[in-house]
Design a protein around this ligand. Sequence first.
Ligand SMILES: [Zn+2]
Length: 86
Amino acid sequence: MGVDRLLFGPPQEPTVSVERISTNQTCPACGSHEVARYPVANFIGPRMVVKCQECFTHLATTVPTADDHWPPWASATSDWPASRNG
Ligand SMILES: [Zn+2]
């Protein structure tokens, strides 16, 4: 984990958005090539999803890695292994 995960300033832009990275996959539901991977925050916590951008068919959900920088405000110990006490 880099220091950039611990020390960061407030956003300078008027709105905040995430980058949706194309995966060069084909949607199995509609055949579109507009499939992207991007971060989300849902009921099970921060995750990375792969979804079709045309019909929003869900293709994959994974736990973010350190390289994903998601969430940007993760604690310094977020990637430490948990003890039996949590
Ligand atoms: Zn689709």
